[in-house]
Design a protein around this ligand. Structure first.
Ligand SMILES: Cc1cc2nc3c(=O)[nH]c(=O)nc-3n(C[C@H](O)[C@H](O)[C@H](O)COP(=O)(O)OP(=O)(O)OC[C@H]3O[C@@H](n4cnc5c(N)ncnc54)[C@H](O)[C@@H]3O)c2cc1C
Length: 365
């Protein structure tokens, strides 16, 4: 037991970001995580800081992205400064090449302050470096955006919470049910005991629906994504590049992350030979020199997918004090500061920074 104001269930990026923002608002927070923090999708994810092919999403995603984007630089700097763990934020720009739906991209860009810069193939090539495959038309450059190293972001957030006097971090604490009485939440319970607080936020990634099943039906399900890590030993790529739904992310140590698959296979995060082959083929199609590089890792994670990839953020009707921040799909890193802000507004009762209706928790029954 403790005297926290809020319990956050789930130590992924979204649970930890929620805890951080709540603490910044003056709350005392206990975060409970059944394993170790940031080991699921929040470790596996690529860390591209833009919804992939942003023009293919609905406006609620663009609104969250617009709220999150200006926060990343300072957030990463502050985390590095206060924890000594640098999440390696970069903003060298993102290049989309051989875009199949160029007209749609152009129209979206006009509506969004010309965020995308159309480039000729030679111009795109110049930005990407000589090693990238030729003939990149049509190409769209998204300046000012980039990536963060997801596992390092997770470590930094965890350390920030460990350091903070208003945070209690309980790892290896599994929540099996939420404690409720007379229409309000009282805490959580599991094999390791119970924790009490007047507010509970469930940020359990793809497991959120299972945990909430007694109270509300949530349309969140796992979608597996596999990744490969190449070690070329020299700098082959300057910035994030996307082609045909796949991407390459250069790291500061010259390693290149290649992803990803989207597989509806339930809670199964094993890797497959087919996944490896598909990512490998697409990676080499973008950057042929990767054919000579070692592949040092192959892994998979489970995206917490929701309809149209719109996260569910807000209060659960009929149970006072119960909140959700989950269902971010393939954008759970980039959107995390924004959904945490939205959650804070719900909890503090202050005006939300963006209209909150698109993210509301569906009513049960
Ligand atoms: C291959 C891949 C590539 C990706 N690339 C990107 C990208 O480039 N950019 C981007 O923005 N996003 C990306 N994503 C998506 C992003 O990684 C996820 O959306 C995000 O990490 C989800 O974070 P989360 O905190 O909501 O969930 P999770 O990371 O799944 O965390 C949920 C946590 O809750 C805990 N938990 C669950 N149930 C319980 C319980 N009963 N009791 C206690 N704890 C519990 C789990 O152990 C887990 O640690 C990618 C994902 C994958 C898989």
């Amino acid at each position: 037991m403790n005297s926290s104001d809020v319990i956050v269930v789930g130590g992924g990026i979204n649970g930890m970001m929620s805890a951080l923002k709540l603490i910044q608002q003056g709350f005392r927070v206990t975060l409970v995580e059944r394993g170790r923090c940031a080991r699921e999708a929040s470790w596996a994810g690529g860390g591209i800081l833009i919804p992939l092919y942003p023009w293919r999403y609905s406006e609620p995603i663009a609104h969250l992205d617009a709220l999150a984007a200006p926060q990343w630089c300072e957030l990463a700097d502050r985390l590095a400064e206060t924890t000594g763990i640098d999440p390696q934020y970069t903003a060298h720009g993102i290049m989309h090449v051989r875009v199949e739906d160029a007209e749609r991209a152009r129209a979206w860009s006009v509506y969004h302050q010309n965020m995308l810069v159309p480039l000729s193939s030679p111009q795109a090539h110049q930005k990407l470096g000589a090693e990238v495959t030729p003939s990149l038309d049509p190409a769209f450059w998204l300046p000012g955006r980039g990536s963060i190293r997801t596992p390092r972001l997770g470590k930094a957030l965890r350390q920030w919470l460990l350091n903070h006097p208003h945070a209690t971090l309980l790892e290896h604490f599994e929540v099996t049910s939420l404690l409720t009485t007379k229409g309000r939440v009282e805490g959580v319970t599991g094999p390791q005991g119970r924790q009490l607080a007047p507010r509970v936020v469930v940020a359990g990634g793809p497991w959120t629906g299972q945990l909430m099943a007694r109270h509300v039906t949530l349309p969140i399900k796992p979608v597996r994504g596999q990744m490969l890590l190449f070690r070329p030993g020299r700098a082959l790529l300057k910035l994030v590049v996307l082609m045909k739904g796949f991407y390459l992310i250069p790291r500061r140590d010259h390693h290149i992350l290649a992803g990803s698959t989207f597989e509806d296979v339930g809670f199964d995060r094993t890797t497959t030979r087919e996944g490896h082959a598909r990512i490998h083929a697409q990676a080499l199609a973008m950057l042929p020199a990767l054919g000579e590089a070692d592949i040092t890792h192959h892994w998979a994670g489970l995206r917490p997918s929701s309809p149209d990839s719109v996260p569910l953020v807000g209060a659960v009707d009929d149970i006072e004090g119960l909140y959700v921040n989950a269902g971010h799909g393939g954008n759970g890193v980039v959107l995390s500061p924004a959904t945490a802000d939205l959650l804070c507004a719900h909890i503090t009762g202050t005006p939300p920074p963006i209209a909150s209706a698109p993210y509301e928790i569906p009513r049960s029954g």
